[in-house]
Design a protein around this ligand. Structure first.
Ligand SMILES: O=c1ccn([C@H]2C[C@H](O)[C@@H](COP(=O)(O)OP(=O)(O)OP(=O)(O)O)O2)c(=O)[nH]1
Length: 190
């Protein structure tokens, strides 16, 4: 079971009462530590089970906060059976308000990938700062056996990451480098 939320102020609690909440920061180092922390506002979807914990960092040094499956009421008892080779859009029951200048990356959990071959089909999934819809995780079963995903189970992890956008400038020629056009294994193996 997830660790209890820490450091949630009265404002965050009030927001939670209205259906939104600040990202739970259990396991986050103190504010004056080397790790940057940002408030990421989270709202539960209408169909979400509020008993499923918000994303949480499992340890003080974790880069990703674990995301849990949050199925609609009629699917909660059975979850989702992922046949070998099959994909599913698994609901997290969450909507995010990502701060401007950031994105959220949805990445696989290595344990699920190693033990069952279950990974994120579009890894890393990109959640845009201006997206306000439900956060879904596209899981694929690359293993040989069917895998049942259970309601409330940790299925993936999300990383809040800064974004640098490009301003594209069309030019006639690019600067020279020793690599030039060599790629795709041009430096050999070993
Ligand atoms: O794993 C994912 C990937 C995306 N999204 C949501 C958030 C994201 O901001 C939006 C669009 O994602 P993306 O840009 O990857 O999808 P697209 O296929 O390019 O669709 P669009 O035309 O809507 O941008 O869908 C998810 O919930 N989970």
């Amino acid at each position: 079971m997830a660790a209890p939320a820490q450091g949630r102020g009265r404002r965050a609690a009030r927001r939670a009462d209205r259906g939104g909440a600040d990202l739970t920061v259990a396991g986050t180092p103190p504010e004056d530590g080397p790790t940057q922390t940002r408030v990421l506002r989270v709202a539960r979807t209408e169909a979400a089970d509020p008993e499923v914990p918000l994303p949480e960092y499992a340890t003080a040094g974790a880069a990703g906060a674990d995301l849990r499956a949050n199925f609609a009421p009629e699917a909660r008892a059975v979850g989702c059976l992922l046949a070998p080779g099959a994909r599913a859009l698994v609901p997290t029951g969450l909507r995010l308000e990502i701060p401007a200048g950031f994105e959220v990356q949805v990445r696989p959990r290595s344990g699920l990938a190693l033990r069952h071959g279950v990974t994120v089909a579009n890894a890393p999934g990109t959640i845009d700062a201006d997206y306000r819809g439900p956060l879904g995780v596209i899981l694929v079963n690359l293993g040989a056996a069917p895998v049942r995903l259970r309601h409330g189970e940790r299925i993936a992890q999300m990383v809040l990451a800064p974004v640098t956008r490009a301003r594209f400038e069309a030019v006639e020629a690019l600067s020279d480098t020793p690599r030039g056009a060599g790629g795709f294994g041009s430096t050999g193996r070993g």
